[in-house]
Design a protein around this ligand. Structure first.
Ligand code: ADP
Length: 612
């Protein structure tokens, strides 16, 4: 009860803030709506009584009640049209504000939050419901208020006639409320348990309808398997829903039957009084109408209360999501700097000259395994470093920690000799250009794909084209129909599709677009052929003269270009040094290199055999 009052309060505040004018207009119209049925009853009763007494008093006596009757119906028309307009607008503006609020909140979540399935569930629930639930909740509350006004006025009318009719109607209506509330709660629980399955079904539709997945779905003939899983999930939802609906129908049917019997009995009482000639025909109409109004409005209050209790639980989820604490180091650091007031400005103008990791260890939330284990490393300006190691050895994680996408690591990271936590994270991250392994294909223009690296310079063609040149994608751009403003991808109209390597070059250009101090390339070899990778890395080395450049690679022929090579295994740095020094050491690197070199020499001898 307390929670629902609190959430309703929050909701009203939100609506009030969204649009004050519409909020007041809507409240006013709801009050009028509540009064209209009672006034209609009175006006109609007077009109009928006037008609029945025309025999004695002449026709003129009907004119005034009829004029009032006409005025009332005109007023009703105006109120209804006004309400349609105001409510429609209120609903749209509320959905707009909430959708923006949810997206805003999503931007404040950290990488770790996105990797947390229960937060993903919450996000899905919130974004799915935002468009309509809050407005439903508001209109139910407003509907309850309107119906209450009607019930109070019409039951007063009844009360003055026979007071005991009112408690009878109320008791009958309230009796069934408890069991209906229980069904409601069950429905909500089902909904909550279902969210992960909803997400699964959403993912299956995504696989079945998305152009990125379609190639594999077709070639591995996954369609019927995926479709079966999808229909299995939907079938499960349907069966549970059907059972609940059956239960609900049973309860409401019994409840409606009892209510109907009581109402008919009361109507019969009124008819009996009329037959005994104690009531005029208008009053007969008035009391029957008052009985029916009270009963129907109490029913409507109950229906609204029920739906309200359901929607309020969904609303609670929405507010819980909005209030969710974030794992994003950026948000935490800005909260912290607000609290401490000084950190934000302490080191605002700096360039990253040196990065030092001291005994850095890290494990992912909810995982036992240490993904990084006591890593100590230094990176200096002017140096290009290659990181090599088997899959899963922790290379990418190390980069994510360097970028401060996670900040709950143990040990210390020093930037220019000072603890990284002393820096404003926004300023720090501005100095990093990165190409992720799973970089994004923005289904937007070339300009946006590159310009996102430095939003302020997005309209400067020469800077964008320079970045494109560094990533060797400038020639391709020149052949596109609208040059920099060509739409890319296939999701939207007139999109030009690029190859995997070309998309990756765009991602590289995006990183170069930024005037950063630290550049990180995570496996540029993923989409590039060996020659292209080599060309890129040679250029990278050249560009990194007064920067720190780090690249992760599996090709040791590329790694050897770097000033220093770091070898990782099981979250530890097991070797580091130049290519020559590591070969001399005859350790893990030398072994990997020999394996790769052998496969190359095997290839070339095979080629010789083919050629001969
Ligand atoms: P590499 O880049 O060397 O291939 P990663 O840093 O990607 O290795 O992964 C190191 C280990 O951390 C792997 O065992 C992987 O399963 C685990 N891991 C990577 N990302 C996550 C994550 N987001 N949540 C949990 N575990 C992860």
């Amino acid at each position: 009860m307390w929670n629902s009052t609190k959430n309703s309060g929050k909701l009203f505040l939100l609506i009030y803030k969204t649009n004050k004018g519409q909020f007041f207009a809507s409240s006013f119209l709801h009050i009028l709506q509540g009064l209209v049925p009672f006034f209609s009853l009175i006006v109609m009763q007077n009109l009928l009584n006037a008609i029945s007494s025309t025999m004695i008093n002449g026709v003129d006596i009907v004119l005034i009640p009829f004029a009032v009757f006409v005025l009332l119906y005109l007023a009703k028309l105006v109120i209804n049209s006004g309400q349609t307009f105001v409510e429609g607008n209120l609903e749209n503006s509320l959905a707009k504000s909430l959708n923006i609020m949810i997206c805003q909140k999503s931007t404040q979540l950290g990488l770790a939050d996105y990797e947390n399935s229960s937060i993903n569930d919450q996000l899905k629930r919130a974004s799915q419901e935002a468009g309509f639930r809050p407005y439903q909740l508001y209109s139910q509350l407003a509907g309850i208020a309107s119906s209450l006004i009607t019930v109070i006025s019409s039951s007063t009318w009844l009360f003055l006639w026979k007071w005991w009719t009112v408690p009878i109607i109320l008791v009958v209506s309230l009796a069934s409320l408890y069991s209906l509330f229980k069904i409601n709660k069950q429905q909500f629980e089902i909904y909550m348990e279902r969210t992960p399955y909803y997400r699964q079904s959403w993912y299956l539709t995504y696989l079945l309808t998305n152009d990125r997945a379609v190639k594999e779905v077709k070639i591995f003939q996954l369609s019927s398997y995926l479709l079966n899983r999808y229909s299995g999930l939907l079938e499960g939802f349907y069966k549970v829903d059907k059972k609940m609906l059956g239960k609900l129908t049973k309860y409401t049917l019994v409840y409606n039957l009892v209510e109907l019997a009581v109402m008919l009995w009361l109507v019969w009482l009124v008819i009996k009084e009329t037959l005994r000639n104690t009531l005029m025909i208008g009053s007969l109409y008035g009391y029957i109408q008052a009985i029916m109004l009270t009963q129907s409005q109490v029913q409507s209050i109950m229906r609204n209360l029920l739906q309200f209790s359901q929607n309020h639980l969904y609303m609670e989820q929405l507010f819980l999501f909005i209030d969710l604490p974030t794992s994003d180091p950026l948000m935490r650091s800005s909260e912290q700097s607000n609290e401490l007031g000084m950190i934000a400005d302490k080191r605002s103008s700096f360039s990253i000259e040196q990065l030092e990791l001291r005994n850095v260890s890290f494990q992912y939330l909810g995982q036992e395994k240490q993904v990084l284990n006591n890593v100590s490393l230094t990176f200096n300006k002017g140096e290009t470093v290659a990181i090599v190691g088997k899959n899963g050895s922790g290379k990418t994680t190390l980069m994510k920690i360097l970028m401060q996408l996670y900040d709950d690591f143990n040990g210390n990271i020093l930037v220019n000799g000072h603890n990284i936590k002393e820096y404003n994270l926004m300023n720090y991250q501005k100095k990093i250009g990165a190409v992720f392994q799973d970089f994004v294909h923005y289904e937007m223009s070339v300009r946006q794909n590159i310009g996102f690296g430095s939003l302020e310079q997005m309209d400067q063609d020469d800077i964008i084209l320079d970045a494109a040149k560094y990533a060797s994608i400038d020639q391709v751009i020149r052949t596109l129909p609208q040059g920099l403003d060509t739409q890319l991808g296939k999701w939207f109209e007139d999109g030009q599709q690029l190859s995997g390597g070309q998309w990756q070059r765009l991602a590289i250009a995006r990183a170069f677009m930024r005037n950063a101090d630290l550049y990180i390339l995570d496996e540029p070899s993923a989409f590039l052929d060996p020659v292209a990778e080599r060309d890129l890395l040679e250029l990278f080395l050249d560009l990194m003269k007064d920067k720190i450049g780090i690249f992760i690679t599996h090709r040791l022929s590329s790694a050897r270009l770097a000033h220093r090579i770091i070898v990782m295994e099981d979250g530890k740095v097991i070797e580091q040094g130049t290519h020559e020094a590591l070969l001399q050491r005859n350790g893990a690197y030398a072994e990997m290199y020999q394996i790769q070199a052998k496969s190359f020499s095997d290839e070339s001898s095979r080629e010789e055999v083919y050629q001969s």
